[in-house]
Design a protein around this ligand. Structure first.
Ligand SMILES: [Zn+2]
Length: 690
C-alpha cells in the first residue's frame, strides 16, 4: 500500500517491508483462534493517539485532525481495561488494543478483537463542544465493546440462540462499570428507563424469549433488540443480587477459564455459577431466559390485630395478549417499609404473605424486571405520597401505572394524577419516564384541536420544572440537570410554549458570536427547526452543509427534520431523495420524517409515493425498518393492516417480523384509544389544575 496510509488489524504489525515502487508491504502477527465475525482490516489516512496499560499497547485511530478528541475515550479505556483485567481474572489476551473512529458509512460499534470499530460520534469527545451526555454515551459504549473482548471474543456463543450471552452481558457490564467510575451518573436509573421500554416490548404478542431458537442466519438480525440487550441486562442485575456480587464474579471467572478460546452456551454459564454458589442457578435463571414475557406482582396489604400483612402474588403481564400462556418466574421482590427498612422475598408461583411488625404501609423498591399492581387503597395512598417516595420508586410507579393503563388494568385518571404530580418534580429520570408517555398519549388524539389542547396541558406540567432548574447551569447542580434541561426545552418547545420558542430563537440568532451550550444545543436547534420560517430553514441548511463534526451534522439534520411548515418539510424530504445526504443518513431522516415534523400522515404518503427511491437508498437490512418506523405514530388498526400488506407487496419474508412488531404496536394504541380516548379528551379539555 501507499506510504501515507495506515493499516490496522486484529493483531500487531509484525513487519513493514519497503518495496521498490515506493509502496510498503505490511504483515501482521498470527492471530489467536477467533470466530470469523471478529476479523477486521482498516486502511486509511489516519491520526493516532497512543498510550499503554500494564504492557498492553493502546491506540485510538481517527481521521486526520481529530486524535485530540480521543482523549476522553483513552482515559475511559485505561480505567475499564484495568478493572476488567481484575474482574474477569483473565488478563486481556492480545498484546494491543486498537480502537478506530470511522466518520461515516457505519452507524454503530463492533467489537472486533484487538481492533474495535466505532462510528466516530460514539467514540470522540470534543472538550470544547461536547455535552456530558456525549461523555456518558462514549463511556458506556467503550465499556460494552471492551467487555466483549471477554464475553464474545475470548468465549464465543455456540450459536445465535445464545446471542444474549454476548449482548446482555456486555450491556450489564457497561452499566456496572459506569456506576463504579462515575457514581454521580446514576447509571442504574438509566438502565431502569431502558428496562421499562424493554418491558413494553416484552409484554406484547410479538415478544420472544431472551434465548430464542434461530434456524437461519438472516433471522438472527432481528434478535439485536431490547429483549436481548436490555432484558438480558436487567436479568443479570437480578441474578447478581440473588447470588451475591463476589459469588457471581467467581462463577464468571470459572466460566471464562473453562471455555477460553472456545465456545459456550447459557447452560455452561449456569453450571459454573452453580459450582461457585452451591445453588441451583438454573432453577432461578431458566424461567427468565427461556420464557417470553414478564410477571406482574400484585401487592395487597391488610391489618390484623395491629400487625401488618403484605400479600404478594404474581401472574404474567401482557399489554394486549389475553391468550398468552400463563407463566411464572422466581421474582426477587424488595419491599420498602415506611421509615426506610427493606424486606426481601423470593416470590414463586404461589402467593406469599409477609408478616410485618405494624400496619405501616409498604411499597416495592425500584429494582427488578417486573410490573407492580397495588390494591386500590395502597395505590391511592402512594399517589398522594408521590413526592416523598425515592427516585427509583417514583420512576417505577410512573412506569408501572402507565403500563397498567395500556393493558386496560387501571384507569387513565390514575396515571394522569401521577403525571400532574410531576410538575413538582426535579429529577431527570422521573421526568424522562413521564415525557416518554406523552408521545403515546398524544397519538391517541386525532383532531388537531385536541392535540393543541394536549400540548397546553403538557406545557403546564413541564414549565415548573424548567423554571426551577433554569436555562443555564447553576453552581453545584445535579450532574443530570443538563440532560434534564435539554429534555424539558425540547418537550416544551415542540409543544409550542411561546416563552421557550422565543428563548430558543434568541440563542440561535446569537450563536455565531455566543455558542449555544453543548448540553442544550440539540434541543434548542430542534425547537428552532420546528418553528422555522423559510429564512431560518435556509440558515440551518447552510450550517448542515458547512458542518464537519458528526455531532453537529446530526443536530442540524434533526433540526431540519423537525420543520412542520408544509412547504419546508416537503423541501427537506425532496432534498433527502435527491442526494443531499449519504444514503444511510437519508434513510434515517426519511423514516423518522413524520414523527419529527408532527405530520405522520403526510410523511407516510410521501414515502409511499417515492418508495422505490427510498428503498434504493436503504441497505437490504435497513429497508425492513422504513415503513414500520414511519407508521409508529398511527393509532388506527387499519394502518396496521396497510403496513403488513405493503411489506408483503414490496419486501421479502425476512422483513415481516419488523412490520408485525410495528403493526402490533399500532393495534395496541388503537385498543387504548377505544378504551381511554374519552377520558383523555376530557382531561385535555379540562381547565385549571396543573
Ligand atoms: Zn455488543
Amino acid at each position: 500500500m501507499a506510504e501515507p496510509l495506515t493499516v490496522v488489524s486484529n493483531m500487531p504489525v509484525a513487519r513493514v517491508t519497503p518495496r521498490p515502487d515506493g509502496r510498503k508491504e505490511v504483515s501482521f502477527a498470527r492471530s489467536v483462534p477467533m470466530p470469523t465475525y471478529l476479523v477486521a482490516l482498516f486502511i486509511g489516512e489516519l491520526d493516532v493517539l497512543q498510550d499503554e496499560l500494564d504492557g498492553i499497547a493502546l491506540a485510538i485511530y481517527t481521521v486526520r485532525g481529530k486524535a485530540a478528541h480521543a482523549q476522553f475515550a483513552m482515559q475511559a479505556t485505561k480505567d475499564i481495561l484495568r478493572h476488567f483485567n481484575d474482574y474477569f481474572g483473565e488478563r486481556y489476551l492480545l498484546p494491543k488494543l486498537d480502537q478506530v473512529a470511522l466518520p461515516g458509512g457505519f452507524g454503530g460499534a463492533m467489537e472486533n478483537w484487538g481492533a474495535i470499530l466505532y462510528n466516530e460520534s460514539l467514540l470522540l469527545v470534543d472538550p470544547q463542544a461536547s455535552s456530558l451526555r456525549q461523555q456518558q454515551r462514549v463511556f458506556g459504549i467503550v465499556a460494552h465493546e471492551i467487555a466483549h473482548q471477554w464475553f464474545g471474543n475470548l468465549v464465543t456463543m455456540a450459536w445465535w440462540d445464545n446471542l444474549w450471552l454476548n449482548e446482555g452481558f456486555a450491556t450489564w457490564m457497561a452499566t456496572r462499570t459506569a456506576e463504579r467510575f462515575h457514581p454521580q451518573w446514576r447509571s442504574r436509573l438509566r438502565a431502569a428507563l431502558n428496562a421499562s421500554e424493554a418491558m413494553a416490548e416484552d409484554a406484547r404478542r410479538t415478544t420472544h424469549p431472551v434465548q430464542t431458537p434461530v434456524h437461519d442466519d438472516a433471522r438472527a438480525f432481528d434478535l439485536f433488540d431490547a429483549i436481548t440487550y436490555t432484558k438480558g441486562e436487567a436479568f443479570l442485575h437480578m441474578l447478581e443480587a440473588y447470588l451475591g456480587e463476589g459469588v457471581f464474579r467467581d462463577g464468571v471467572r470459572r466460566y471464562l477459564r473453562a471455555h477460553r478460546l472456545s465456545n459456550a452456551t447459557t447452560a455452561d454459564l449456569w453450571h459454573h455459577l452453580a459450582e461457585a454458589s452451591g445453588r441451583d442457578v438454573r432453577a432461578f435463571a431458566a424461567p427468565w431466559v427461556e420464557q417470553p414475557g414478564l410477571p406482574r406482582v400484585d401487592v395487597s396489604q391488610r391489618c390484623e390485630d395491629g400487625r401488618g400483612v403484605a400479600r404478594l402474588e404474581q401472574r404474567r403481564f401482557t399489554l394486549n395478549d389475553p391468550q398468552a400462556a400463563p407463566l411464572a418466574w422466581p421474582v426477587p421482590v424488595t419491599l420498602l417499609l415506611d421509615g426506610g427498612e427493606r424486606r426481601r422475598a423470593l416470590l414463586g408461583a404461589s402467593p406469599i404473605e409477609l408478616r410485618l411488625d405494624d400496619c405501616r404501609p409498604v411499597h416495592v423498591a425500584g429494582e427488578g424486571y417486573f410490573r407492580v399492581r397495588y390494591d386500590g387503597a395502597t395505590a391511592q395512598r402512594l399517589a398522594r405520597q408521590f413526592a416523598r417516595l425515592g427516585v427509583a420508586e417514583r420512576q417505577r410507579l410512573l412506569g408501572d401505572t402507565f403500563a397498567l393503563v395500556q393493558a386496560g388494568e387501571t384507569d387513565l385518571a390514575d396515571y394522569l394524577r401521577l403525571l400532574e404530580a410531576t410538575a413538582g418534580e426535579s429529577d431527570r429520570f422521573v421526568l424522562a419516564q413521564a415525557i416518554e408517555s406523552f408521545a403515546f398519549l398524544r397519538n391517541l388524539l386525532d383532531a388537531p384541536r385536541e392535540r393543541a389542547a394536549f400540548d397546553d396541558r403538557l406545557v403546564r406540567i413541564l414549565r415548573p420544572p424548567l423554571a426551577r432548574i433554569g436555562w443555564s447551569a447553576q453552581p453545584g447542580e445535579d450532574s443530570e440537570w443538563p440532560t434534564l434541561r435539554a429534555a424539558l426545552i425540547r418537550a416544551l418547545g415542540l409543544a409550542g410554549d411561546p416563552e421557550v420558542v422565543r428563548e430558543a430563537r434568541a440563542l440561535f440568532a446569537a450563536h455565531a458570536t455566543q455558542p449555544i451550550k453543548p448540553a442544550i444545543r440539540g434541543a434548542v436547534l430542534d425547537v428552532v427547526g420546528r418553528h422555522a420560517d423559510a429564512a431560518t430553514f435556509e440558515r440551518l441548511l447552510g450550517l448542515l452543509r458547512g458542518a464537519t463534526a458528526v455531532e453537529h451534522r446530526w443536530e442540524f439534520q434533526s433540526a431540519l427534520r423537525h420543520a412542520t411548515d408544509p412547504a419546508l418539510r416537503l423541501r427537506w424530504w425532496n432534498l433527502l431523495l435527491e442526494g443531499e445526504l449519504p444514503p444511510g443518513e437519508a434513510t434515517y431522516n426519511l423514516q423518522f420524517a413524520g414523527a419529527s415534523s408532527d405530520s405522520a400522515e403526510e410523511a407516510w404518503q410521501f414515502l409511499l409515493a417515492n418508495l422505490a427511491r427510498v428503498y434504493a437508498k436503504a441497505s437490504p437490512r435497513g429497508r425492513s425498518y422504513v415503513l414500520p418506523e414511519a407508521a409508529s405514530a398511527f393509532s388506527d388498526a387499519s394502518r396496521a393492516d396497510e403496513l403488513i400488506r405493503l411489506t408483503r407487496q414490496h419486501l421479502d419474508a425476512g422483513a415481516l417480523y419488523q412490520a408485525e412488531k410495528a403493526a402490533d404496536a399500532i393495534r395496541l394504541a388503537a385498543a387504548v384509544k377505544a378504551r381511554q380516548g374519552k377520558a383523555l379528551r376530557d382531561w385535555v379539555a379540562a381547565r385549571g389544575g396543573a
